[in-house]
Design a protein around this ligand. Structure first.
Ligand code: TXA
Ligand code: MG
Length: 364
């Protein structure tokens, strides 16, 4: 998909990075227990040489480069066809590395420590003032940097061995569904990257929760929720007043990343808030993305669906639904349908992040 409206953007100042370079072969190395050392060495060799490598994290697969090497980071934007106004997350291997990439203001130091102790390593990204050593390309020229510490053992091992923070967005082409397995990465980036480290399916399946911290005199800070994710609003509330950042339109690129139409399958996706809203067009092939997929459910019985995929078959557990969301979206996207019809899930806990992704996938 060509990047949208790039010619109108104030940023980028970088070269036309989206002319993706071809690499002859994308190699896959397995990172099961007995092969872990080889996988870590293969990834580090390439990363040290300024290359990009797809790596598993607990949320989704990331496309990583040495965050301190701007030429390597540029390759991420090229392979993903990602516009350079969309900043990357920097992953630290050790909590002590935070000071290498960010400058934590004293007013929010306590909250940063509390959040890091509670959720790192794990799926929480914190936006902080950036350290001058972080290249502008990583942060798209912003004075802030988004930081997290992944809990994935392979990702952590590679970060520690490299001893440099890793800039890594999700390993999909820009605007497409995030990959939760090595085969999904291959479908997205085959022939564009030299290596994928395969450690099986991701354990969370949804990208990290993103927050920034606004201090308040004598009160708990405001935690601005930039992206809903595996760490829920309820979990964050202990550390501050959680406020959702307003959705950002494509006409405000400086506001970065949170474009409405993200995570989109190629097949149009209709988020059907109520079964009675469905107006099928004659002759069109529709597939259902159901929550539980129970035979007598109001969505399953609504139409003669070409195919049905369920987020949490039978049981309806939000954690399972989060884990299977991008995987099932991909299956339906590959089924040759005219449209995917998605059933909503309840907007509590993890359901907030699931509905956020479904809404974005349904925006064209
Ligand atoms: O779970 C995850 O977060 C995965 C894994 C690989 O770590 N990464 C991921 O990265 O989802 P990406 O690039 O697909 O999404 C990062 C989001 C983007 O929407 C970007 O705009 C936002 O983070 N972001 C990065 N730096 C930011 C900053 N300084 N201020 C505001 N938003 C920022
Ligand atoms: Mg992404």
């Amino acid at each position: 998909m060509p990047p949208k409206k790039l010619e109108n953007q104030a940023w980028p100042t970088t070269p036309p990075l989206w002319q993706s370079p071809r690499v002859p072969d994308t190699r896959i190395v397995h990172a099961a227990d007995d092969e872990m050392k080889e996988a870590v060495a293969a990834a580090c060799d390439l990363l040290r040489a300024g290359e990009i490598v797809a790596l598993p994290t607990e949320t989704v697969y990331g496309l990583a480069a040495d965050a301190f090497n701007p030429e390597a980071v540029a390759k991420i934007f090229a392979a993903k066809e990602r516009p350079s106004f969309d900043p990357l997350i920097v992953h630290i291997a050790r909590r002590g590395d935070l000071q290498r990439v960010a400058i934590v203001p004293t007013e929010i130091e306590e909250t940063v420590n509390q959040l890091a102790s509670a959720f790192w390593p794990g799926p929480l990204t914190i936006i902080l003032p950036k350290h001058p050593d972080v290249p502008d390309l990583v942060t798209s020229g912003l004075p802030t940097v988004a930081v997290r510490q992944s809990a994935h053992p392979i990702f952590r091992a590679i970060g520690k061995e490299l001893n440099s923070p890793l800039a890594a967005p999700s390993a999909n082409r820009f605007g497409r569904i995030s990959p939760t397995s090595a085969s999904a990465v291959l479908k997205e980036l085959d022939g564009r990257i030299p290596l994928i480290v395969d450690a099986g399916a991701c354990s969370q399946g949804l990208e990290s929760t993103i927050v920034s911290i606004e201090p308040r005199d004598g009160k708990k800070p405001i935690l601005h929720l930039h992206r809903a994710g595996p760490i829920t609003k309820e979990e964050l509330q202990k550390y501050g007043k959680v406020e959702k950042v307003r959705a950002i339109s494509e006409s405000h690129p400086q506001a970065t990343g949170q474009l409405a139409s993200h995570y989109a399958p190629l097949t149009p996706l209709i988020l059907l808030e109520k079964p009675s809203d469905f107006q099928p067009e004659p002759g069109k092939r529709y597939g259902l993305l159901s929550y539980k997929g129970e035979d007598d459910g109001p969505y399953v019985t609504l139409h003669d669906w070409e195919c049905i995929e369920s987020l949490s078959p039978g049981s309806g557990k939000l954690a399972e639904a989060a884990l299977r969301l991008f995987f099932t979206m991909r299956l339906l996207d590959e089924a040759g349908l005219d449209a995917i019809v998605a059933e909503p899930v309840s907007e509590t806990g993890l359901g907030v992040a699931i509905m956020d992704r479904l809404r974005r996938a349904s925006t064209r």
